[in-house]
Design a protein around this ligand. Structure first.
Ligand code: NI
Length: 168
């Protein structure tokens, strides 16, 4: 296993659109293992392949406090969404920024597991937030894009300044 480098906002590669997974092979298994290790090491509760510059529809999530409930979603799709719920979100690609985002409160979703078996689940609360947040990454969307233009400009300026400092 390996710890992968997580792209930081506003990296343009975070806005790429992920392609569906068609091969459920050893490479996919390795990607999932590396993504899980990267997420736990960060530490975070979710990671999309887009964030490690792999543009395939793969997500890992673990919302447990004990880090022993890994959810792997390949080619995830939401079947049903209802209710609205505001939650303060963060993102490993936007470190240190926490902002409220409104999303569906309850979702039914389907995905393949790492072996290609279809799984179907329902979620509310933090898991529902995470699935929606990570699925946004797969379409090139970062959670700060839900915020006001003023907030987005401030956040972008903060990270661009830090990147310049690092490069200097
Ligand atoms: Ni994120």
């Amino acid at each position: 296993m390996a710890i992968l480098t997580i792209l930081t906002y506003p990296d343009a590669r975070l806005h790429k659109f992920a392609a569906p997974v068609t091969e459920f092979d050893a490479d996919l298994k390795k990607l999932v293992d590396d993504m899980a290790q990267t997420m736990y090491a960060a530490p975070g509760v979710g990671l999309a392949a887009t964030q490690v510059d792999v543009h395939k529809r793969v997500i890992v999530i673990d919302t447990s406090e004990t880090h022993d409930d890994l959810v792997v979603l390949v080619n995830p799709r939401i079947l049903k969404a209802n209710g609205r719920h505001v939650y303060e979100e963060g993102c490993l690609s936007v470190p240190g920024i926490y902002e409220e985002v409104e999303r569906a409160e309850h979702i039914d979703f389907e995905a393949e597991d790492v072996a290609g078996n279809t799984i179907r689940r329902s979620a509310t609360g933090l898991l529902a937030v995470c699935v929606q947040h990570e699925m946004d990454h797969l379409k090139g969307k970062v959670f700060v894009e839900y915020l006001s233009r003023l907030k987005q400009t401030r956040i972008r300026a903060k990270f661009e300044k830090e990147a310049r400092k690092k490069a200097a």
